[in-house]
Design a protein around this ligand. Structure first.
Ligand code: ZN
Length: 287
């Protein structure tokens, strides 16, 4: 064996497996269980990835349970049928892609939601997109009324103003603010102080960690309000299902730089707490 061949042999036998282990074990298959708060299984992914395969991919990166909402709701029901202990269903007002700008003016949304609520079990309504005064459209008012009647979480992708307008109409609401409103830590912090039932998911907030360092304002916020934040992969389009491992890598990077107790709450316990009512009502295991 000449020197070059020897080095190649040495690399593959001794160094390469170590490199794989460090990455796979350390960052992807870490033991911290995740209760994901932001999964969609929408119509344009059903043919490419079966419900069973979708759940397998999520389990592979350590997701133990997930809040799932889909366009249309049939996606959520397919995933639920594949594994009822994994899926906590959330009812989305969208029947197909491309209605996020207009849905709040479409009054056919309400009979659709009522029909689904009569037929299936849910922990929430959403994820839905609104901004500012759209929180007061007749369709949105009716959704808030339904959330109150069925005691459902509202998963809302919006600015801070819309969140205020929902709490004005329903002060007892539990709102899960998608992506923490894409807002600054200082604004999110003020909102959390003003509204004790406001929760926020951190999906698509990778920018709060820069080269392994969590921004100071976010470290303070996540630690002070450790009971209020959740993780979410947000499989909003088919392509995103191919990026699950990368998304989980940054989420685990975030968990790794937080105090253990804070990390556990954000990874799992907070999702479990806001879905407790669903578990109690429908007798599912609340492990
Ligand atoms: Zn989403």
């Amino acid at each position: 064996m000449n020197a070059h061949k020897y080095m190649t042999f040495f690399f593959f036998v001794f160094i390469f497996p170590a490199a794989i282990n460090a990455e796979e074990v350390g960052k992807i298959e870490s033991d911290t269980p995740i209760f994901d708060a932001h999964i969609h299984y929408s119509h344009d992914v059903w043919d490419a990835i079966s419900a069973k395969e979708a759940i397998r991919r999520l389990r592979e990166v350590g997701v133990k349970r997930a809040l799932v909402s889909s366009s249309s709701d049939e996606g959520t029901q397919r995933l639920y049928q594949a594994d009822p202990s994994f899926v906590v269903p959330v009812l989305r007002p969208y029947r197909k892609r491309g209605t996020i700008e207009s849905w709040m003016y479409d009054e056919t949304v309400i009979p659709y939601l009522k029909e689904r609520l009569a037929k299936y079990r849910y922990a929430g309504i959403g994820e839905l997109h609104i901004d500012g005064e759209q929180a007061y459209t007749p369709v949105m008012r009716e959704i808030i009324r339904l959330a109150k009647k069925y005691q459902l979480i509202l998963h809302v992708h919006s600015d801070a103003q819309a969140i205020k307008f929902i709490f004005e109409q329903y002060p007892g609401a539990t709102i899960l603010w998608a992506h923490a409103g894409f807002d600054y830590a200082v604004i999110v912090g003020k909102m959390m102080e003003q509204y004790p039932n406001l929760m926020a998911d951190l999906s698509f907030r990778g920018e709060i960690i820069n080269q392994g360092r969590l921004m100071k304002a976010w470290r303070i916020l996540l630690t002070r309000h450790a009971d209020r934040f959740l993780l979410g992969i947000d499989t909003y389009e088919p392509q995103r299902w191919l990026q699950i491992k990368n998304v989980m890598r940054w989420q685990r990077e975030l968990l790794a730089v937080l105090p253990g107790e804070v990390a556990r709450k954000i990874a799992y316990d907070n999702s479990l707490r806001i879905t407790r009512l669903y578990d109690e009502m429908y007798n599912l295991p609340a492990e």
